[in-house]
Design a protein around this ligand. Structure first.
Ligand code: IPE
Ligand code: IPE
Ligand code: MG
Length: 246
């Protein structure tokens, strides 16, 4: 973990940066409702905050950031809300291709891309391909992501390997399961932040979060600021991680 370079840093106890941060970007709908606006206005505002926070994480030296943008359960929402979200994703993906050419951020999508429109899927792949050789922060955007779905997929991949004679059942271990998840090759999240005050995981990184520190914040995502991210990192620094030891 890298040292956290901030002015207020205490030389005796320098803050450490989490290597991998996960964010459940929640509360867009309530933010809009409070302002008597359509839910889509909340998603627009949340999209802007996502741009600010992902840039900030990259600037301060976070190595991996995973943002939960759309879950496998979010398809239950009304069609007009889904349509607005898809339009927002499309705008962001086009903007990223157009404006972030010289960026160092590696963009990856975690989740099942198959239900998205051909256009959206092509934009996702183009963003991944165009950024894969960069050397900066890895930004995982969880879209149509559900951790149970991810685990079912891993079970199928491993089963296929066993069936083909490529995997010996006795060699199945935690590393093999991890390497069949969307986050294969990446460290587990050290810190998961959930704004909007909800105390639940909502199908996010179930396997990967076995020893993650959770920080719940009473702020709706569109109100979330870089100071809130700093505060979450400070809270993370106050925790005593034991990983089952003493
Ligand atoms: C999170 O905000 C964004 C998505 C799930 C796409 P919500 O839309 O869930 O906002 P609330 O929880 O209704 O306030
Ligand atoms: C989790 O938020 C999913 C995302 C933020 C993308 P939800 O709003 O869907 O979760 P629940 O329904 O409150 O558990
Ligand atoms: Mg929500």
């Amino acid at each position: 973990m890298a040292f956290f370079k901030k002015k207020k840093q205490n030389a005796q106890h320098p803050r450490v940066l989490p290597e991998h941060i996960g964010i459940i970007m929640d509360g867009n709908g309530r933010w809009a409702k409070k302002r008597k606006l359509p839910r889509s206005a909340g998603h627009n505002a949340g999209g802007k905050v996502f741009r600010t926070i992902s840039r900030y994480c990259s600037d301060i030296g976070i190595k991996y950031l995973t943002v939960y943008a759309f879950s496998t359960e979010n398809w239950k929402r009304p069609k007009d809300e889904i349509d607005a979200l898809m339009k927002l994703f499309k705008d962001y993906l086009e903007e990223a291709l157009r404006d972030f050419k010289d960026d160092s951020i590696v963009v990856r999508f975690i989740g099942d891309k198959s239900p998205f429109s051909d256009e959206l899927r092509a934009l996702m792949i183009e963003n991944e391909e165009g950024s894969k050789d960069r050397d900066g922060m890895v930004l995982n955007i969880a879209m149509n992501y559900g951790s149970r779905d991810e685990l079912v997929r891993a079970v199928k991949l491993i089963s296929q390997g066993v069936k083909n004679g490529e995997i010996d059942i006795n060699s199945i271990d935690e590393d093999l399961v991890s390497s069949n998840l969307y986050t294969s090759g990446q460290p587990d999240p050290d810190l998961i932040i959930r704004p909007s005050g909800e105390y639940r995981i909502s199908n996010f990184m179930l396997w990967q979060s076995a020893y993650t520190e959770f920080v719940i914040m009473n702020k709706l995502w569109p109100d979330f600021t870089t100071d809130d991210l700093d505060e979450a990192i400070n809270i993370f620094n106050s925790r005593n991680r034991r990983f089952g030891g003493v």
